[in-house]
Design a protein around this ligand. Structure first.
Ligand code: ADP
Ligand code: ASP
Ligand code: MG
Length: 473
């Protein structure tokens, strides 16, 4: 094995939890404001790290953007535009749309209970195909290109197979080659767990995270995420045709939108972008590749949506987006004793079983002696949660457990909520007027979420979209 130069030293980044720990008690509510000035400089659109206005760009193409060889040729035209402009380019590709679903289905067909390492060996293969094809197409266009699988880079992960986290990237060799003008085409969604030397995947939608992580490791000027919509919208444009594209959205709002159900970016990609101030742009690969200005051109930022610092957003609204998540399930524990320690006896065993609990509501029952406890978990974890509660029945002491996955969580998000009161009251009133019952509520500084019956999801999203003035004219 050859020795590594200083620039090849792995970038190891903290988890959001570690970041949160490091600023707890500092009195600051914005973790990233504590990052050093040179990190912030990168967010300045006018500043490019290289001489002559040349930029380093990571271009990520999602499943629909590489759905077949024709689409790959189109993606390659986008790459060509950047190369021709003198930019240094690394590409991250997803599997062809539908490919990962097919691979997951085969694994399940082989055995419902399966080894997570072998699941990863199978589902990571979709990206291997598109990376190789993209490199071949680029080469056929006279562009110097080479494909890289996660293990070849290497992109190192932890051992949580199926939803692994990136622990660091040793991007030294790619960095040198990209600087020398070769396009690196890297498989998204996958890395290698070094202890057992096994392929690990990053969870569904994980190519976004691969792209942002690679952009950080390469110290890129921007991470461009090419998808099938031309930016981040006020809500999913497939549900609300009146949704508007946001020219800019802050890291914090995007993080809430992603984690509350807007799947346009994987949540972890936004976490990384926020912590490392990696300017990230969402744009459509379906636009004419020649009609887009290359990065570092005068008005390149007018296309798509830029995820950036909140200080950069001049015209901000109180509410900037609405998200919905259909993958939660509601659990109600009937008649638990209303005394100290009960919540710990319920949520302790769930935490031990690694089941995340999201919303929690407690109601006193009419007799005043006991309470009903309602909370939500990921729908996929409902069977396990019910098992755990059954096992802990004697210890908790309750009458019965009811559950339903016919619910949806609707969230309104906006940094403007910090300085505007009454956003929640307006929301509750509007939902009440439509006869929509709220089962649970959670809030943070910049978001309010409500749990309602799934049947009302679209009505609620549309109502709130109009209510907060988000409809396009
Ligand atoms: P890719 O395959 O390129 O990664 P995804 O399907 O993962 O694409 O993400 C793009 C999709 O995200 C869009 O087609 C859109 O339906 C959905 N989406 C959800 N919420 C939003 C939003 N607020 N803005 C834009 N797209 C959204
Ligand atoms: N191909 C993977 C998936 O479908 C990763 C991605 O597309 O981001 O989840
Ligand atoms: Mg995606």
């Amino acid at each position: 094995m050859r020795l590594r130069t200083a620039s090849e030293v792995a970038v190891a980044w903290p988890t959001r939890y570690e970041v949160a720990q490091s600023w707890a008690g500092t009195g600051l509510n914005n973790p990233v404001s504590r990052f050093p000035p040179h990190e912030r400089a990168r967010a300045d659109a006018a500043v490019f790290g290289r001489e002559g206005g040349m930029a380093t760009v990571v271009m990520k193409f999602g499943g629909t953007s590489v759905a077949n060889v024709e689409r790959i040729r189109n993606a390659a035209q986008h790459v060509k535009r950047e190369v021709d402009a003198g930019n240094q380019v690394a590409v991250v590709v997803s599997a062809m749309s539908g490919a990962t679903n097919q691979l997951v289905a085969w694994v399940r067909e082989a055995s419902l209970l399966h080894d997570a390492r072998e699941y990863d060996a199978v589902v990571a293969s979709g990206e291997q195909v598109t990376a190789g094809l993209t490199a071949i197409v680029l080469q056929s266009m006279g562009i110097s290109a080479r494909s890289w699988q996660g293990w070849q880079v290497p992109i190192k992960t932890n051992n949580a197979h199926g939803s692994a986290r990136i622990a660091g990237i040793e991007a030294g060799e790619i960095k040198q080659r990209v600087a020398a003008g070769e396009v690196a085409v890297v498989t998204g969604f996958q890395g290698i767990e070094p202890e057992r030397n096994r392929i690990a995947t990053l969870g569904r939608g994980g190519s976004d995270t691969s792209a942002v992580a690679l952009a950080i490791a390469l110290e890129a000027d921007v991470c461009d995420i090419y998808t099938d919509v031309d930016g981040v919208y006020t809500t999913d444009p497939r549900i609300v045709p009146k949704a508007r594209r946001l020219p800019k959205v802050s890291y914090e709002e995007m993080l809430e939108m992603a984690s509350l159900g807007s799947k346009v970016l994987q949540t972890r990609s936004v976490e990384l972008a926020m912590v490392y101030r990696m300017r990230t742009r969402v744009l459509s690969s379906f636009m004419d590749p020649t009609a887009i200005e290359p990065v570092s051109g005068e008005s390149w930022q007018d296309i798509g949506t830029i995820v950036c610092d909140e200080e950069e957003i001049v015209e901000s609204q109180v509410v900037s987006g609405i998200a919905y998540a259909k993958d939660e399930a509601k659990v109600t524990i009937l008649k638990v004793a209303d005394k100290p320690g009960v919540a710990a006896r319920i949520f302790g065993p769930l935490a031990e079983a690694n089941i995340n609990v999201d919303m929690i509501v407690q109601n006193v029952t009419p007799d005043g002696k006991s309470t009903d406890m309602t909370f939500t978990v990921q729908a996929s974890e409902l069977p396990r949660a019910l098992e755990v509660l059954k096992g802990a029945k004697a210890d908790i002491g309750y009458f019965d457990v009811k559950s339903s996955d016919d619910v949806v969580k609707i969230s309104v998000i906006g940094i403007g909520m910090r300085s505007h009161a009454g956003v929640a009251a307006l929301m509750f009133q509007a939902l009440a007027e439509k006869g929509i019952n709220i089962h649970a509520i959670t809030t943070s500084e910049i978001k309010i979420s409500v749990l309602i019956d799934a049947a009302y999801a679209e009505l609620a999203v549309r109502t709130l979209h109009t209510l907060y003035g988000l409809d396009k004219d």
